[in-house]
Design a protein around this ligand. Structure first.
Ligand SMILES: [Zn+2]
Length: 151
């Protein structure tokens, strides 16, 4: 019953990110650079989810994200739900939306792309938000984020 407890345990102020696909939990942690913050972080994974099969949840005490920062996780957790907690109560619920452009996060699929050879940050235009298809700004190859390495 440890999992059950973790799922319901409350934080006073902060953000709860729910509905992260279980196999993308560590990707989301990387994208949000959670290894660089000193706040209390609780996460649990492999909870049952009707929508996702298995999901992960991250709870962050006293962390509130800017929209442009949190939207970066939409590449790997498009159904993520954010609960903003103030004084133990959910004061706001948010969803994430894939931005029009993605900087960094993943590699370009094209081995000949300049971003794979020089110190240039990858830059993609999102050409299909539903299918999550990304067009490389430099070589114009289409990359599927599920099939490439994260940076
Ligand atoms: Zn490229």
């Amino acid at each position: 019953m440890i999992n059950k407890k973790l799922e319901v345990s409350a934080i006073k102020d902060g953000t709860v990110i729910d509905h992260i696909p279980a196999d993308h939990l560590f990707m989301v942690i990387n994208i949000l650079k959670l290894n660089e913050i000193d706040n209390t972080i609780t996460f649990g994974t492999n909870f049952e989810s009707k929508k996702l099969g298995r999901k992960a949840i991250i709870k962050l005490s006293d962390v509130f994200f800017k929209e442009k920062d949190i939207n970066r996780i939409a590449l790997f957790a498009p159904q993520a739900k954010l609960n903003i907690i103030k004084d133990y109560k959910v004061v706001e619920k948010k969803t994430v939306e894939l931005p029009d452009e993605i900087f960094g996060i993943i590699r370009c699929v094209n081995p000949k792309c300049i971003t794979n050879h020089e110190k240039i940050k990858t830059h993609f235009k999102v050409i299909d938000k539903q299918a999550r298809m990304l067009l490389c700004h430099f070589c114009e190859k289409v990359t599927d984020p599920e099939k490439v390495d994260a940076l």
